[in-house]
Design a protein around this ligand. Structure first.
Ligand SMILES: Nc1ncnc2c1ncn2[C@@H]1O[C@H](COP(=O)(O)OP(=O)(O)OP(=O)(O)O)[C@@H](O)[C@H]1O
Length: 724
């Protein structure tokens, strides 16, 4: 606003100034003309008589009033002096213009040629006088306009000052409002994040409750346990309010007692009956101690009820079976698929509800149906899968060993399910599980991570800090071996430090373990795994894993700032991303890739053999753990005591993958039905039982019960105790 007013003022001044200058110039020119004419006349009237007459006439004219020609004096225009400096004002230079008039009007007819000249001069003078009068009028007008412009300028200046003040005021208000807006935004984001965390917590609890409910509804054999659980929960619920109700009265009586004690103390100071007061204080202290004991007993009862509830929950999980099999159908690769992923012509895999899938192989095969613990169709998200695994994670802190396998054809989405996809910000089960485990472990437990890959039946450390060549050209010295351990420790001549093996009775000397405390540690470790692992581009997958990756998280109990282990870790989580089974004709593997594919297929069939042997109810069935490095290493995690196995069978819905999907589904469905309750082996200290001894163990209910109890975490021993 100020700027616009200033600019309008400038415009009016710039419009007025040239005009005023022009007028001034005109006036000055007129003045000069008059002077010239007069000097010329004087020259011509040099005759003495004429001069006398002129002088006489001039004096007469001086006596007459100035009526015929009036020039405005500068004083008549007071404003002009305010506008222009005095040197710019034109002052007419006539002393007596009327005398000339008189001179030229008289006797002109008598003078002949002189008279004609006088007439001419008179004409000129008249014209000049007219011009001067007009110029004076215009100058007066200009002065008036300039004074108006100045007034306008003054008022505009005032308006500008007002506008400036109001602008400053508004700016100040705006600053205050901006601060308020920022603080409101901060508050909103805080409330949003707290709402988000509350929502996540609610989702986790809801999932946990849903899985418990599902379990309770499904497992008829769990009825007594369920009832017991219910009873305990009711008791806990009834005890809790009772305890809470008692708390205020306990605190009140405590306060009363203290008040009384203080009062009686003061009384003692005043009164002489000190003995009596002492007795009273002692009595009150006794009462206080009794109340505290009652409170402690109630707390203890509450704690024991909680642990009983927890152990019953574990029992419930145990009775659900040691192996749970899920099927995940990945989205179709190309166009032409139906809504549920089955191709338009009806061939391929299709989800049928939440527990079964059907498959038809081209050309014209019959329909095959497979049942699983749960089926995830192509719309299922990573968190849906994690809901199945998540409830078992707290059990790891109590001694359960959890093993998650992803099995399936190459390109079916095993790595996607476990490791997630960074580009689309889809965390995998492994990221979610590690995050949850770290949250649960907090200060009381230490979490250690090891990662290895089994490539062409040789073991390599994926967390090794050695920056040597990765991939197939890795040095043979980096290859590690699996050994059976007597103590369940990796400590021996080959390693300087004693640390517990995540593989129970098996160990891999030289395998590095990283202590992870937060997501940054995990991210660093997983990035190393991603870069070190063997991958190659095949016809079916751009980044096909050429090895089995085993990621193991051991949880160790922490006591007063130190980590006590020397037994086995409290619990372990293994996450195994198996290499994809492939038909070399389809994947067009040649040379090294052909060798890799053969190794992969051999070790996968060894895994299948082990799982089927575990499902064999005959006690004499041999479990061929030694047939591959993978099964040999993970034998404690496969059907071991207190061990839970999750198998994610990954399939593609596409018709061209139907043959591969059929073999994946056949294998997984067989594991789901025949190995459902998995054979549990007795745990004898830290020593793995020999295969022969394993064969003697039975899957009887008493053995199961015994095994389940054995699965409870052993009390950690101190290193010195273990040595002695
Ligand atoms: N559920 C899914 N949703 C979206 N994309 C998926 C899904 N499953 C797999 N993919 C995509 O398919 C491709 C192959 O998946 P992935 O590498 O996980 O297969 P894989 O079974 O691990 O294969 P391989 O055995 O050869 O390593 C990847 O690009 C992945 O992003």
């Amino acid at each position: 606003m100020v700027a616009s007013m200033a600019s309008s003022l400038d415009a009016s001044l710039s419009y007025l100034s040239p005009k005023a200058r022009d007028k001034e110039n005109d006036s000055q020119n007129g003045n000069r003309d008059v002077q010239d004419v007069l000097s010329c006349s004087r020259k011509k009237l040099s005759l003495g008589s004429l001069g006398d007459r002129i002088r006489a006439e001039r004096s007469r004219a001086q006596r007459e009033p100035e009526s015929s020609f009036v020039v405005n004096s500068p004083e008549a225009l007071p404003c002009t002096s305010q506008i222009l400096p005095p040197q710019h004002l034109w002052t007419p230079n006539f002393t007596s213009p009327n005398s000339e008039e008189v001179l030229f009007t008289e006797d002109s007819a008598d003078q002949g040629p002189e008279a004609a000249e006088f007439d001419e001069i008179r004409q000129k003078l008249r014209a000049i006088r007219g011009a001067l009068q007009r110029s004076n009028t215009q100058q007066a007008e200009m002065h008036a306009m300039l004074s108006q412009a100045l007034e306008r300028c003054e008022s505009l200046k005032m308006e500008a000052a007002d506008a400036q003040r109001s602008k400053e005021h508004h700016h100040h208000r705006w600053c205050i409002l901006d601060q308020e807006r920022e603080s409101l935004q901060r508050m909103a984001s805080q409330s949003r994040s707290s709402e988000q965390s509350a929502r996540e917590e609610a989702v986790a609890w809801r999932a946990w409750l849903r899985s418990c409910l599902e379990l309770l509804l499904r497992e008829v054999s769990l009825k007594p346990a369920t009832e017991m659980l219910k009873h305990l929960k009711t008791t806990e619920r009834s005890l809790q309010p009772e305890l809470l109700a008692k708390m205020p009265s306990l605190y009140e009586s405590l306060a009363d007692a203290l008040g009384n004690a203080r009062a009686s103390g003061e009384g003692i100071l005043r009164a002489p009956q000190k003995v009596e007061a002492d007795e009273r204080v002692a009595q009150l202290e006794r009462q206080l101690a009794q109340k505290e004991l009652a409170l402690a007993a109630l707390e203890q009862e509450k704690r024991s009820l909680r642990s009983e509830v927890r152990s019953l929950q574990n029992q419930v999980q145990e009775l659900r079976g040691s192996i749970r099999v899920f099927c995940r159908i990945r989205p179709p690769r190309g166009a032409g698929a139906g809504a549920e992923g089955a191709p338009g012509n009806g061939f391929g895999v299709k989800a049928e509800g939440s527990r079964s899938v059907c498959l038809k192989k081209p050309p014209g095969d019959r329909r095959h149906d497979f049942n699983f613990d749960r089926v995830f169709n192509q719309q299922a998200g990573q968190r849906d899968l994690f809901e199945e695994v998540g409830p078992l994670l707290p059990g790891i802190l109590e001694g359960i060993h959890v093993c998650i396998f992803a099995y399936g054809q190459t390109g079916a989405g095993k790595t996607y399910t476990l490791a997630g996809q960074r580009s689309s910000k889809q965390p995998g089960i492994q990221d979610l599980a590690i995050g949850d485990l770290l949250r649960l472990a907090k200060e009381s437990f230490e979490v250690r991570l090891t990662a290895l890959e089994i490539y062409n039946e040789s073991i390599q450390d994926l967390l090794s800090t050695c920056e040597g060549a990765s991939g197939p050209s890795r040095a043979p010295s980096e290859r590690l071996e699996v050994r059976q351990s007597r103590e369940g420790l990796t400590s021996d001549a080959e390693t300087e430090e004693a640390s517990p093996s995540p593989f129970g009775s098996m160990r891999v000397p030289g395998l590095k373990s990283w202590t992870v405390q937060d997501s940054a540690d995990v991210e660093e470790a997983l990035e190393r795994v991603r870069t070190k692992r063997h991958v190659a581009s095949t016809a079916l997958n751009e980044r096909s894993s050429r090895s089995h990756t085993v990621l193991s998280l051991s949880v160790l109990r922490r006591s007063a700032g130190t980590v006590e282990y020397l037994g086995v870790p409290v619990g372990v989580l293994h996450i195994v991303d198996l290499a994809g089974s492939e038909r070399t004709k389809v994947s067009q593997a040649e040379g090294l890739q052909m060798k890799e594919a053969n190794c992969i297929n051999r070790s996968l069939s060894a895994l299948a053999d082990v799982l089927f042997a575990l499902g064999d109810s005959s006690s004499s069935a041999h479990v061929p753990y030694r047939n591959s490095k993978l099964t040999y290493l993970l034998q404690d995690a496969l059907g071991g005591p207190g061990c839970k196995t999750f198998l994610f069978a990954q399939v593609s819905p596409d018709a061209q993958d139907a043959h591969e999907s059929y073999s994946t589904l056949t294998f997984a469905a067989r594991v789901a039905t025949s190995v459902q309750k998995g054979r549990l082996r007795l745990r004898t200290g830290n020593v793995s039982p020999s295969p022969r001894r394993e064969l003697r163990e039975r899957d009887s209910p008493s053995a199961r019960e015994e095994n389940w109890r054995a699965a409870a975490p052993p009390l950690p021993r101190r290193r010195e105790e273990a040595k002695s």
